[in-house]
Ligand binder design. Structure first.
Ligand code: UDP
Length: 412
């Protein structure tokens, strides 16, 4: 059985793994601790589940702990999450005091570990206040923010900022997401895991099953958007673009997403999309369970082009996933899509359904360009958006922050 590092080496090459070893050697003797609020569910846990074992294989002494809390605590942190992302709701003082108490309890439980660690990564707002309870900390503390704090509800950000400013550094996914703080701020964009169910290679048989299961004709082009049914993802614009193409090319459209039933607005958007598609047998609107990663993988792979016509987007992991599968992406000219869709190289940036339709027609007519862009797309993700790059940047950050007074650091 190959080690994890060997498995990644097959995907990213020896040089990338060698760089990780070079950085890891500089961290010899250090103890790194990661703290978040859950081991299961959500992107943060998913990334940590991969990054921690990789660190262990690299010989880096790393511990991952999660904080525990009750329903009120998680209600409070959910409110924090939503308000930091823009909802204007005041969090009752009582809940904030409870948030602080739970942080103190967890800090007390983990006191020895936190006091002695050389580096402590605190992920997101849930455990952010623990720092207050560890005044005699020996190491550097880094707050890793995974959420979009570009236009927070100010009172809640001001409250959280009082804790975060005590950290030695913070890490943000995109510059647009960050707020000003009195310490070094680092940008580390998200990544995908090429070995996960969502992204690993699939057999011809699995792909054939996907065509059959969803009654998609393998002999005609397929365009796809995978997204929650959310207005910002502009699914109606996607249907309109499809229609504009359909007048010229016998294309099929797949719109796949989940979560519609427990989100009132999602259900409304889903129904609008259904209505706009009418009884067109070439429009496949699929409601998927949240953990159906293999289906998403297959749908992205059987597509000729993937769309992400959002009018607002954080990073857009669906874009990374599609590019990794060698598909040009036609994406809305917004947010993190701009980092990934290099116009005319890995796809096209568009602002209207008409613009999207024009680009779809162009690529379906120019198969040579479609192939070329797809190859560039995959290499672009290999270079920039895989988990190994994410880990390299974490390690580089640790090297930088623990060698602040040196003007030269040699990698051996
Ligand atoms: N996704 C999923 N099922 C769905 C729709 C989306 O698993 O029905 C996944 C998708 O593959 C991606 C993530 O959820 O990994 C969505 O992340 P993205 O950044 O694209 O958008 P968000 O939903 O966070 O706005």
């Amino acid at each position: 059985m190959a080690t994890l590092l060997q498995q990644y080496e097959r995907v990213v090459g020896t040089e990338v793994i060698d760089q990780l070893w070079q950085l890891a050697r500089l961290l010899d003797g250090m103890h790194i601790v990661h703290i978040n609020s859950t081991r299961a569910g959500g992107g943060v846990a998913e990334i940590l589940h991969r990054i921690i074992p990789l660190k262990h294989e690299l010989g880096i002494d790393t511990t991952w702990e999660t904080i525990t809390g009750d329903a009120d605590f998680f209600q409070c942190t959910k409110l924090m999450h939503n308000t930091l992302q823009g909802n204007r709701i005041d969090i009752p003082d009582l809940l904030l005091r409870h948030y602080e108490n739970i942080n103190t309890e967890n800090a007390t439980r983990l006191k020895g570990l936190l006091e002695d660690a050389d580096i402590v990564f605190i992920h997101d707002p849930q455990p952010a206040a623990m720092i207050e309870s560890i005044p005699s900390r020996k190491g550097k503390w880094i707050w890793r923010c995974h959420i979009d704090v570009s236009s927070p509800y100010r009172p809640v950000w001001k409250y959280l900022r009082d804790f975060v400013r005590g950290y030695d550094a913070s890490v943000w996914s995109l510059s647009e997401f960050a707020q000003r703080l009195p310490h070094p701020m680092y940008l580390i964009p998200p990544s995908i895991d090429p070995l996960s169910d969502k992204n690993s290679d699939m057999s011809e048989e699995e792909l054939a099953n996907a065509y059959a299961r969803w009654e998609i004709d393998p002999d005609r082009p397929v365009i796809t958007q995978i997204s929650r049914f959310d207005r910002f993802k502009d699914p109606l614009g996607v249907v309109r673009a499809y229609r504009l193409v359909k007048d010229f090319i016998p294309v099929q459209l797949v719109l796949a997403g989940g979560g519609a039933t427990d989100d009132p607005e999602g259900e409304e958007v889903f129904n609008e999309v259904k209505a706009s598609a009418g009884d067109d047998p070439d429009v496949h609107i699929l409601l998927l369970p949240p953990d159906d990663h293999r289906t998403i993988n297959a749908l992205q792979r059987i597509s000729d082009i993937v769309l992400q016509k959002s009018t607002r987007e954080g990073f857009g992991l669906t874009v990374t996933e599609a590019l990794w599968k060698g598909k040009p992406v036609i994406g809305g000219d917004t947010g993190g899509i701009r980092l990934q869709v290099v116009n005319h190289h890995t796809g096209f940036l568009v602002n209207t359904p008409e613009g999207a339709a024009l680009r779809i027609r162009y690529l379906l007519k120019r198969r040579d360009r479609l192939e070329e862009m797809g190859q560039k797309a995959r290499e672009f993700v290999r270079e920039n958006f895989l988990i190994t790059r994410h880990l390299r940047e974490y390690l580089t950050l640790v090297v930088a922050i623990t060698n602040e007074n040196r003007d030269r650091i040699e990698l051996l």
